[in-house]
Design a protein around this ligand. Sequence first.
Ligand code: ADP
Ligand code: MG
Length: 373
Amino acid sequence: MASRVAVSDGGNKKTSRVRVAVRLRPYMNKEDEKSEGPCVRGLDSQNLEIINWRNATETVKYHFDVFHGEQTTQQEVFLSSVKPILPHILNGQNASVFAYGPTGAGKTHTMLGSSEQPGVIPRAVREVFKLVKAKDESDGWDYSIGMSYLEIYNEKVLDLLSPNSQDLPIREDKDKNILIPGLTHMNITNFADFDKHFVPATLNRTTASTKLNQRSSRSHAILLIKVVRTQQQLPHRQQTGKLYLVDLAGSEDNRRTGNQGIRLKESGAINLSLFTLSKVVDSLNSGTSVRVPYRDSKLTRLLQDSLGGSAHSVMITNIAPEYKYYFDTFSALNFAAKSKLIVNKPFTRETVAVPVLPVKRSREERETGGSGT
Ligand code: ADP
Ligand code: MG
């Protein structure tokens, strides 16, 4: 397709990769009952380290496409991880941005934010309107923008713009576009229009969540912004670009928290979607030609045409620095980084492994000998 020519960073191999950013939220006293301080810290704009629980004198170091430290502003996250992919959706290409990580680590802050610190969603929507307005009449296309908003909960697809909706089916058309027949689609002409639909739906979701025991941390909230452009001249060709903005369910392992009954059932469903997402991201980023298991869960099936392939995708992994999140942070980092893990020994005792060293050394020798790397 002609639209693929516009991809600036080379062949399909490269574009099918999911860019991985990690964002560390600020340390919060109230999340640290034992006053242990943080167990994760940033090193530079691509690297961070976490204390190794097997040996507290070691840290495990991770490398990512981008690391956003605790001082990073909402604006900086948007500029570096999201803004660059938005022009593609005006050219009929697809994109997805999703926030991954344990509950409490900052996914909703990153995606939604607050009125004082708006997150990725309001900034991206404003930017899409700005990009469309900046298109000159003379570029030969007419643009229209629309939105849908849905939730995947227990492997059910629910329309957040139509409160009493039932589980909706996911289908694929002959051009391999993924669609949901029956899902509400609202045309929007400016940001206020968007807000008018989005805010009450989000409030509804959050209110329901307190009643249903943190449902919002167990479901995936998915906002779809669709840009359709139509050629002014014959043959009036039409192109559709989709942008998915996803606040994922918490990645914590619910089996460990002793959930039962409906909670356990939810956990199973959540684990299926997130587990499948991890397999999908993995097979896209490993660059091998293994089958990408999109069909194994609702979430990945829905994102199939907007994750990998010629789509532009960013995963923002949110993590928290306090010890109570330690194992969830560790597993979130392992999901995000896979083979990029390096073990680092800041308080190195490597020298004792060398056989020629004397068995006993003075304390002074040990200290000078051990500070090499
Ligand atoms: P999640 O959606 O992953 O469960 P939240 O976004 O609700 O997490 O964040 C948990 C708490 O931490 C909230 O009170 C939120 O305002 C705060 N928070 C998260 N990230 C940041 C950040 N980067 N800066 C300041 N506060 C943050
Ligand atoms: Mg949240």
